[in-house]
Design a protein around this ligand. Sequence first.
Ligand code: ADP
Ligand code: MG
Length: 230
Amino acid sequence: KEEEDLNLKKFSSTGRIARLLAHEVKNPLTTIVLSADQLQMELPENILEESGDLIEVIQRNCNRINQLVTQLLESTRFTELDIANYSINDLLDESLEQVIDRVQMKNLDVQKDYQDEICNIDVDAEKVKIALINLLVNAIEAMPESGGKLFLKTYIKGKQCRVELKDNGVGIPKENLERLFEPFFTSKESGSGLGLTNTQNIILSHGGSIRVKSEEGVGTTFLLSFNLSS
Ligand code: ADP
Ligand code: MG
């Protein structure tokens, strides 16, 4: 018990430092972006033609830092959950809607197999949607340029409501499986490695669970489990 308290304290002080750092980074970052934007407007054409790319490099990388910091803030925030009753099918559909551009751009074939009976859970909808969107984005990113299939399934198992998100993407090498949920673990060139950390935190904070099955070159399935509303 004492050890648990200690861990909690350590975790929350790390969270505080992360939040402080994130805020401190955001202000100067905004100044850099604004200055770069202004340079882009004010520099004469001939100079812009020669060195305009450099300004874009600044803007692009600032955006990247900004995203990272925002995600870091998100993942360390302990806000109270805003719980209400939702249909898991609706939450999944609304999450899919948020990434539909990317689904269409990759021409993915989305197949749904949703539980007909009422499959409701008591959750913070905004948080759970963030978790689902993270999983959907990973699946989309793992998928080939053509022939990608995304399979979404919901069903009731005992007193649990389950969600399966299955893709036929690149899959995950065995040695990466255990590191997947670690903060900043990524195999992508410009990944943050915070998506799954966030997702796991959200699911666990709702008393749910998340598991993954994957085979390299075949695809990946994430399995979520929530308590059904009583
Ligand atoms: P990021 O997407 O920024 O890399 P995540 O935490 O979302 O960070 O994911 C961590 C890593 O897990 C990814 O870089 C990728 O290697 C692996 N991964 C997650 N989901 C999938 C998936 N559906 N298919 C293949 N690899 C995945
Ligand atoms: Mg991700």
